[in-house]
Design a protein around this ligand. Structure first.
Ligand SMILES: [Zn+2]
Ligand SMILES: [Zn+2]
Length: 315
């Protein structure tokens, strides 16, 4: 086996450490809450029912965020074979750009590099669609890339952004529920009112861990809700996308309601479930034509087509 291959395998293995860490913390929290608190210490069916509801939703959305493959640019964005060979032989950047401009005439491309050039990924050898970025950790171009998250060992982007938001929401709910129900026993611990069993240490740590995660998740969750409302990715929040007419941080915004629908779908009954929801074409077209924003419509059309192509891989 080549050394680079071994190194890559090791990197891939090590990348799972944060996920394993979270999984171990969740398993321990389950044991401490269900067995130590609700069965041995203070039998409570109501606590158990609510705990399991938030636990199932949290694990479901976490699972979907981790195991949903990032969506890649479709084959239309690859240069034709002859053009690719010419591009590789060409050494002058201006001539390379000419090849890209010719290939891009039939593509729905509205964003450019900071210098006004066509965005091209040399690594994947593909013209980057709008909002697409190359992830060095995944070594691929990812559609509507938000960021690469080590806690899920996956790229957060077009295919799993909804799952990621729900994962943050349900993990916050899970931690809040634990912290709120354990608080009274946590106070009793410090006033020495708890029976002297080993369960009291689980109670103590449950509160500490839940409160700590609550604070860190709350800030991240609030930030991503703000991004959803603006239809911005984390990358776009740090560096505004550049359009033909110049950079515009609100370039992809369709208005608050449509921005939410772009991530969660337009059927409210599916908003809270980590299942892939379709963004209805008809309502989008109507809205966008009313605003004469043809480029945004084409972009949505492109993403919906990608969705149709990849729909099987999302499940
Ligand atoms: Zn790439
Ligand atoms: Zn990635």
């Amino acid at each position: 086996m080549a050394p680079t291959h071994v190194l890559r395998c090791c990197q891939r293995g090590l990348a799972w450490i944060p996920v394993i860490f979270i999984a171990l913390v969740v398993c321990w929290s389950y044991y401490a809450y269900v067995v130590e608190l609700c069965i041995f210490f203070l039998p409570s069916v109501v606590y158990l029912i609510f705990f399991h509801l938030s636990f199932i939703m949290f694990v479901w959305s976490y699972w979907k965020t981790i195991f949903t493959k990032p969506a890649n640019p479709s084959k239309e964005f690859c240069l034709p074979k002859a053009e690719k060979e010419r591009y590789e032989k060409e050494e002058r950047p201006e001539s390379q750009q000419e090849i890209l401009w010719r290939a891009a005439t039939s593509l729905p491309l509205y964003t450019r590099t900071g210098a006004g050039a066509i965005r091209y990924c040399d690594r994947c050898q593909v013209i980057k669609p709008d909002r697409c970025h190359h992830c060095s950790a995944c070594d691929m171009c990812v559609l509507k890339m938000d960021h690469h998250c080590p806690w899920v060992n996956n790229c957060v982007g077009f295919s799993n952004y909804k799952f990621f938001i729900l994962f943050l929401a349900y993990s916050l709910l899970y931690c809040l529920f634990i912290a709120a129900t354990v608080l009274q026993y946590f106070i009793k611990f410090w006033t020495n009112e708890l029976p002297d069993t080993h369960a009291k240490f689980h109670v103590l740590f449950l509160f500490f861990v839940a409160a700590m995660f609550c604070i860190s998740i709350l800030s991240l969750f609030s930030y991503h809700l703000w991004l959803v409302g603006k239809n911005r990715s984390t990358i776009e929040a740090f560096r505004a996308p550049v359009f033909r007419t110049g950079s515009d941080k609100n370039g992809f915004s369709l208005g608050f309601r449509k921005n939410i629908a772009q991530v969660f779908g337009d059927q409210k009954k599916y908003w809270l479930l980590p299942v892939f929801t379709r963004f209805e074409l008809s309502s989008c077209r109507c809205h966008l034509l009313l605003n004469c924003d043809e480029f945004r419509w084409i972009l949505v059309d492109f993403y919906v087509n990608v969705l149709k192509e990849n729909i099987k891989s999302f499940f």
